[in-house]
Ligand binder design. Structure first.
Ligand code: DX5
Ligand code: ZN
Length: 234
């Protein structure tokens, strides 16, 4: 098992675009991500959905394990849109996930989540849906996590439109973290493209997840570079 927190430290605090494999060809995942890795991409975003927490079903540890074999050096940022994430953390860690993000709406204890993430050797993120009251969630989770994910669409599907109110939520999350004296990575997920990318960066986001804007573009590598450049200009 890798140590996700060490791997995260090595990545540093640079802003980046994260291709979301949800929009890639699942029958050719290795081939689909390879051009990005050759272009210097170091992190991939992996969306796990259980048809229960969200109305969609995607992939589990076996796919992560296969992907890990094809891309040994890449950091796998695993977004768990599942009802019982802590029951699966060890399986994702063994499969090769470096960071696992759990949703705050599940009512889990951040202390317990942190302890389990440390036990199995992954970094930990907390994801917040668009409709979830922000203040309490950030205050409760920020001291225990390596990353906070502000969802800028309702989780479950790629290709949705960015919700502009996410900009204020990103800004407010940054302010609360500063107040608390903690500095988790601020990630944003949903509807990120060349237009919304610079806006979320200005609002404090550092990791920009993009699925359809990259894999659905006529030139995916060019789309990746455009969003990545915006992220690095922070
Ligand atoms: C949505 C997923 C996203 C998805 C984003 O629930 O969490 O990671 O891949 O897709 P786009 O970039 O197409 O909005
Ligand atoms: Zn995601």
């Amino acid at each position: 098992m890798s140590n996700g927190r060490d791997a995260l430290r090595k990545l540093g605090s640079t802003g980046r675009a994260l291709p979301s494999i949800l929009s890639a060809d699942f029958a050719n995942l290795g081939g689909a991500v390879e051009p990005f890795l050759r272009a210097g991409c170091e992190i991939l975003h992996v969306d796990v959905m259980d048809a229960h927490f969200v109305p969609n079903l995607t992939l589990g540890p076996p796919i992560v394990k296969s992907l890990r074999r094809h891309v040994p050096g890449v950091f796998l940022d695993t977004h768990l849109m599942v009802t019982s994430p802590l029951e699966y953390l060890e399986r994702f860690a063994r499969a090769g996930s470096d960071l696992c993000t759990v949703h705050v709406e599940l009512g889990l204890s951040p202390e317990t989540a942190r302890a389990e993430a440390d036990r199995v050797g992954v970094a930990l993120g907390a994801a917040i849906k668009p409709g979830t009251p922000l203040e309490d969630a950030v205050r409760r989770w920020a001291p225990f996590v390596d990353l906070i994910l502000i969802m800028s669409v309702e989780p479950g599907f790629g290709g949705q439109s960015f919700m502009p109110e996410s900009l204020d939520r990103l800004r407010r999350t940054g302010e609360i973290c500063t107040e608390l004296g903690v500095s988790p990575i601020l990630e944003v997920d949903g509807g990120i493209d060349a237009g919304t990318g610079p806006q979320v960066v200005a609002a404090g986001a550092r990791w920009l997840v993009a699925g359809s804007a990259i894999f659905g573009a006529p030139d995916p590598l060019d789309a990746y570079h455009t969003i990545d450049r915006a992220a690095r200009e922070a």
